[in-house]
Design a protein around this ligand. Structure first.
Ligand code: PLP
Length: 243
């Protein structure tokens, strides 16, 4: 390959190799148990493999509609209704993406304009901040503090400004496993009431909670649901993170 005469000027020159790549390689090199990346160490349901083969053999491996195959969107709407009692329209309110990471990036790109502020909670999943900065937004950090890693809503209130465009929540939380409770959702609803703030709810671990704990989806809170994008993940839910 010839050296390029074009200066490759990254929009995010400070972003290095992700912590997942670093830790997974270290775990492989050392023969360690890899707790650093959220993939399961057991197989997915064989019925899923059979269904995939069947669909491909039936010729269903060409471009689907942009928003996703209608039967799939309607199955998602049914699942969300059964789990959270929320009524989403499969045609206009559900979109299938190539993983939650793409959904998160797409939602940020769709709503955050240059100069907008986005509140995130630290420790923060590593794809949020680069996505915010790529579109010219500014991350604003709230802390999740030991021992329970729940938000301090007074702190969040103090961080709000006329430029706040989005609040990103992650429940169940990676990496602490903490959950937002019903009163957290009430606080968030009260904070965002009468604003045009969009809530991006990363709920990819919705089915992975500690014993006796209960995941509260923003989908089950009608006032919040009306201003929220809820992101789930086939990879996490059906143990197929490599697809
Ligand atoms: C909090 C969080 N959100 C999103 C994702 C990405 O999910 P997906 O594999 O569906 O892109 C991960 C993956 O580790 C995650 O931990």
């Amino acid at each position: 390959m010839h050296p390029s005469s074009i200066a490759i000027d990254s929009k995010l020159p400070q972003v290095g190799t992700t912590i997942f790549t670093v830790m997974s390689k270290l775990a492989a090199d050392c023969g360690a148990i890899n707790l650093s990346q959220g993939f399961p160490d057991f197989q997915a349901d064989p019925a899923l493999f059979d269904a995939t083969w069947r669909a491909m053999r039936d010729g269903r491996n060409q471009y689907p509609p942009m928003a996703g195959v209608p039967e799939l969107r309607s199955a998602i709407a049914d699942k969300v209704a059964a789990l959270y009692g929320a009524d989403y329209d499969a045609d206009s309110e559900i979109t299938v993406t190539a993983g939650a990471t793409q959904a998160i990036f797409t939602a940020i790109a769709a709503f955050v304009r240059s100069g907008d502020e986005v509140i995130v909670f630290e420790p923060v999943y590593d794809s949020y901040v680069p996505a915010i900065e790529t579109v010219g937004g500014q991350p604003v950090y709230a802390a999740l503090a030991f021992p329970d890693y729940r938000p301090d809503w007074e702190q969040v209130r103090a961080l709000l400004s006329p430029r706040t465009r989005m609040i990103i929540i992650n429940t169940p939380h990676n990496p602490t496993g903490s959950l937002l409770e019903a009163d957290d959702l009430m606080e968030l609803a009260a904070l965002t009431r009468d604003t045009d703030i969009v809530v991006l709810a990363d709920e990819v671990y919705e089915h992975i909670v500690f014993d006796a704990a209960h995941h509260q989806s923003v989908a089950s809170h009608p006032e919040l649901a009306a201003r929220s994008i809820v992101v789930s993940s086939f990879g996490k839910t059906y143990h197929i993170t490599g697809w």
